[in-house]
Ligand binder design. Structure first.
Ligand code: NAI
Length: 410
């Protein structure tokens, strides 16, 4: 797909997809020349060590552990795709030091989370969770006290990234006034308005929705002081990370009537499996919507994840692009017609580039394009050189003591 002027490097390469990855990935990889084997379950370390030997690309979700032993066994492994958000299941450093980039799909479920937040804003304003529970229990409680339209109300978004800004767009369609606070300068969507501080946002918003990442700065970010700054009768929504909100402070504010409701999707401690029980001080409180970390869980998000990771893998295999990798320096080089591309991952020590450039110049070859990105451990180099000498150049590069991986693309 990326190499209109060059052949597919992926032709005939083998991909192993585990854990019932969405068919969108299988289809896309096959369209791009890969031989794909899809299995429904995860594999044990021993099974995976056996299977990984024969494949160039491994696709997993959250249950497959990619340990240093698996990486070691994957002599032909070129890349790993995590068809999910988290990448804790992979030893990212071991992969990196073997020259294997790992890709994931952090933004495929953005819209799913944003839609759920909007639904919850209306549900909280109308106490729909409680009414539904009552009618299910055989109680007919037709009330309007404490129930509001969201039109004209202000929505305060904390963390105006992928999800936060989508929430801002959707909320305006409901006629809400949208304000946001972010530590980075963000371009406001529509009529969304930035606030200078979190305190300013908390004092103004009828609804506060959190869309920040888990960092030391956001750890327990919303506690008694922040809740005290919120308007009386305001609502709090958290579908970001469980560590951001101090649950006892939230429970106290709800019980005392300081807040009129809350919607919580993420918790400081979450059950490991669907058969584990769930405990929280928030259970049983009125006008509190509790969901089991499903903000991003939709059919559309799964399909988008399948496609997004598959695209990243094809772009890496066919063109050397590491955009979207979680453990490799990021490079997205343009294709230069009529050239021969060599990829090289090496330990980041002084003098590597000098050695590589000497190899190329000693062979009288011309470098037509060269992109290098580094982190503290490795350097990743994409070189476009003259066709005739590329095999010889790559063999010499691969024999340098600093070499981790060298691969000729075309
Ligand atoms: P993002 O990285 O696009 O946006 C996060 C924003 O928060 C950035 O603009 C960043 O500058 C800002 N930020 C960071 N620290 C801040 C601070 N101290 N105060 C104010 N702003 C701050 O992330 P994205 O994709 O929008 O995700 C947001 C959160 O949603 C993440 O925590 C993610 O884990 C969570 N999430 C939850 C899902 C669910 O199922 N409930 C699904 C997907 C994401």
């Amino acid at each position: 797909m990326t190499t209109e002027t060059h052949p597919h490097t992926s032709d005939g390469m083998k991909v192993l997809l585990l854990e019932n990855i969405h068919s969108s990935a299988h289809e896309f990889l096959e369209e791009n020349g890969f031989e794909v084997e899809s299995l429904t379950g995860a594999l044990t370390e021993a099974e995976l060590c056996e299977k990984v030997r024969g494949v160039q690309v491994l696709g997993i979700r959250s249950k497959t552990l990619v340990t240093p032993r698996v990486i070691e066994a994957g002599k032909n492994l070129l890349a790993v795709g995590c068809f999910c958000i988290g990448t804790n299941q992979v030893d990212l450093r071991a992969a990196k030091l073997s020259g294997v980039p790992v890709f994931n799909a952090p933004f495929s479920n953005t819209r799913s989370v944003a839609e759920m937040i909007l639904a919850e804003v209306v549900m909280l304003a109308r106490q729909l969770g409680d009414r539904s529970r009552e009618v299910h229990a055989g109680r007919w409680r037709k009330v309007s006290a404490g129930c509001f339209e969201v039109r004209g109300k202000s929505l305060g978004i904390v963390g105006y990234g992928h999800i936060g800004s989508q929430v801002g767009v959707l909320a305006e369609a409901f006629g809400m006034r949208v304000i946001f606070y972010d530590i980075a300068t963000r371009l406001p969507m529509g009529n969304n308005r930035p606030c200078g501080s979190l305190a300013e946002l908390l004092a103004q918003a009828d609804f506060v929705t959190l869309h920040v990442p888990a960092t030391t700065q956001t750890h327990r970010m919303i506690g008694p002081e922040e809740i005290a700054r919120m308007k009386k009768g305001a609502y709090l929504l958290n579908a970001s990370r469980g560590t951001v909100v101090q649950i006892p402070a939230l429970a106290a504010a709800l019980k005392g009537g300081r807040l009129a409701g809350a919607a919580v999707d993420v918790y400081p401690e979450e059950p490991e499996t669907n058969s584990d029980g769930f405990e929280s001080e928030l259970r049983g409180l009125s006008n509190v919507i509790l969901t089991p970390h499903i903000g991003g869980s939709t059919v559309e998000a799964q399909a988008a994840i399948g496609r997004e990771v598959a695209i990243s893998l094809v772009k890496y295999i066919d063109a050397g692009s590491t955009a979207g990798s979680v453990n490799f320096p990021e490079v997205e080089p343009a294709l230069i017609p009529g050239t021969h591309r060599v990829l090289n991952a090496h330990r980041n020590v002084p003098g590597v580039l000098r050695d590589i450039n000497r190899i190329v110049s000693d062979m009288g070859a011309n470098i037509l394009g060269q992109v290098l990105a580094t982190d503290s451990d490795i350097g990743y180099l994409v070189m476009d050189i003259e066709r005739e000498v590329s095999e010889a150049v790559s063999t010499a590069m691969a024999s340098l003591p600093t070499n981790l991986r060298t691969r000729v693309l075309y």
